[in-house]
Design a binder for this molecule. Structure first.
Ligand code: NAD
Length: 366
C-alpha cells in the first residue's frame, strides 16, 4: 500500500502508528485536518482482517470527522483512531492506558472518544494517562451519554426537512417510521410523540419494542417491512447502508432524516437516486452531529444547556444545505460537503493555522 499516495488523495495531515508489545496495543491515529482546531474523533476497536483494512478505515473515518465538525460550526478538526483487536477478548486496562500514553504524546493534535468496540469504561482508563479524551462519565467531569443531544439534533433536523419539503412548521399528524429503538431512537420517539406524530417503529430487540409500543402507543412494523412504509418521514436510527440501490425503489417516504451513520451505501450514487425519486435526504453527518457537539462541549467544561442550544442550530444548518442544493441544482450530500469545505477554506485563506500546544491560532506572514 502506498501510504503517502493515500494521504495525499484524501488530504490527511498525519498518521501515527502505536505499537506496544507489552500491552499488545497495535493502534493507528489519523489526523485529517486541523485547520479549525484539534482533531477530535472516537477510537474504534475492531478485529480487522489485515493492517491495510485498518488503515483505510481510519483514513475514511477521520476525513468524515473533519466535515462533521466543520458543518456543525465547531472549532475542531477531524481525526479518528483504531485499535486492531477483538473488543470481546482483547480489552485490558493496560491496553487502554498504553493507548492513552500515545494519545498524550500527540500533544493535543488528536483528542479521542469512544466509538464502535470501545466504551465509557475504556475511556476512563485512557483518561488516567491523558486529558485529551472526551465522552467520559459525568462523575469524572465528562458529559455522559450523548444520545439525548443527538436525538434532539435529529428532531430539529426532521423539523427543518418538514419545513423544506412539506412547508409545515409542526410534526403533528405526520407519519414517521423509526428504525432502531436504541439510545438515539428511543429518545427521538419521545420527542416525536410529544409533537403528536403518528409513529411506526421497528427493532430486532423485542424488549425494546414492547417498552416503546406500550409507552407511546406506536405501531409495530416487522424489521424487513420498515423501508417500504407509506410515511412522510423515514428516520433510520440503527444501521448504516439501509439506503441503497435495492431499497430505494421500495421507498414510499417523502423525507429521509435519522440518526444513523453512513445511511447511504454509496453517497453520490444513492443521493442522486433519491433526488430523482423526489425524496429529500438530510445528510447523516449534518443531522446526527449532536453527539459530537455534546462531547466537544466537554473540552470547555460541560454545559448541558449549551450543548442543546448548539444542537438546535442543526435546523438552520440543514436549511442552509437544502437552499444550496436547490440553488446549485446539486444533491443535498454534495451541498453539505461544499458547506463544510467552505468554512475550512475561509479559515485557511486567512493563512492561519492551529498550534495545538499553545491552543491558539497563528496567522502566517508569507
Ligand atoms: P444503539 O446500539 O443503542 O441502538 C441501535 C438499535 O438498533 C438497537 O436497539 C438494535 O437492536 C437496533 N437494530 C439493529 N439492527 C437492526 C435492524 N436490522 N432493524 C431494526 N433495528 C435494528 O445505538 P445508538 O447509540 O442509538 O445509535 C444508533 C445509530 O446512530 C448508529 O448508527 C450510530 O452510529 C448513530 N449515532 C449515534 C450517536 C449517539 O449519540 N449515540 C451519535 C451519532 C450517530
Amino acid at each position: 500500500m502506498k501510504i503517502f499516495k493515500e494521504l495525499n488523495s484524501r488530504g490527511h495531515e498525519q498518521v501515527a502508528f502505536f505499537n506496544d508489545p507489552y500491552s499488545g496495543l497495535k493502534g493507528i491515529a489519523a489526523i485529517h485536518n486541523t485547520t479549525l482546531g484539534p482533531a477530535l474523533g472516537g477510537c474504534r476497536m475492531w478485529n480487522y482482517k489485515n493492517e491495510e483494512e485498518a488503515i483505510i478505515d481510519v483514513l475514511r473515518l477521520s476525513k468524515g470527522m473533519t466535515y462533521k465538525a466543520s458543518i456543525a460550526g465547531l472549532n475542531l478538526g477531524g481525526g479518528k483512531a483504531v485499535i486492531i483487536g477483538d473488543p470481546k477478548k482483547d480489552k485490558t486496562e493496560k491496553l487502554f492506558r498504553s493507548f492513552g500514553r500515545f494519545v498524550e504524546g500527540l500533544g493535543g493534535r488528536y483528542i479521542t472518544a469512544e466509538d464502535v468496540g470501545t466504551n465509557i469504561h475504556d475511556m476512563e482508563n485512557v483518561k488516567i494517562e491523558t486529558n485529551y479524551v472526551t465522552g467520559i462519565a459525568k462523575s469524572l467531569g465528562g458529559s455522559g451519554d450523548p444520545s439525548p443531544v443527538t436525538a434532539f439534533g435529529v428532531y430539529m433536523g426532521i423539523k427543518a426537512s418538514v419545513k423544506e419539503k412539506l412547508n409545515k412548521n409542526s410534526l403533528n399528524g405526520l407519519r414517521i417510521s423509526v428504525q432502531g429503538l436504541g439510545h438515539v431512537g428511543s429518545h427521538l420517539v419521545e420527542l416525536l410523540h410529544k409533537d403528536g406524530s403518528e409513529i411506526l417503529v421497528t427493532d430486532i430487540d423485542q424488549t425494546k419494542i414492547n417498552h416503546i409500543v406500550e409507552k407511546y402507543g406506536c405501531q409495530y412494523i416487522n424489521p424487513k417491512d420498515i423501508i417500504n412504509q407509506d410515511v412522510d418521514i423515514y428516520a433510520p436510527c440503527a444501521l448504516g447502508a439501509t439506503i441503497n440501490k435495492d431499497s430505494i425503489p421500495q421507498l414510499r417516504c417523502k423525507i429521509i432524516a435519522g440518526g444513523a451513520n453512513n445511511v447511504l451505501q454509496e453517497a453520490n450514487r444513492d443521493s442522486q437516486l433519491l433526488t430523482k425519486k423526489d425524496i429529500l435526504y438530510a445528510p447523516d453527518y449534518v443531522i446526527n452531529a449532536g453527539g459530537l457537539i455534546n462531547v466537544a462541549n466537554e473540552l470547555e467544561g460541560y454545559d448541558k444547556e449549551k450543548a442543546f442550544n448548539q444542537a438546535e442550530k442543526i435546523y438552520d444548518t440543514l436549511m442552509g444545505v437544502f437552499k444550496r442544493a436547490k440553488k446549485e441544482s446539486i444533491t443535498t450530500t454534495e451541498a453539505a460537503s461544499l458547506q463544510a469545505e467552505d468554512r475550512i477554506k475561509k479559515i485557511a485563506t486567512l493563512k492561519s493555522f492551529y498550534l495545538p500546544y499553545k491552543k491558539t491560532f497563528k496567522i502566517r506572514n508569507d
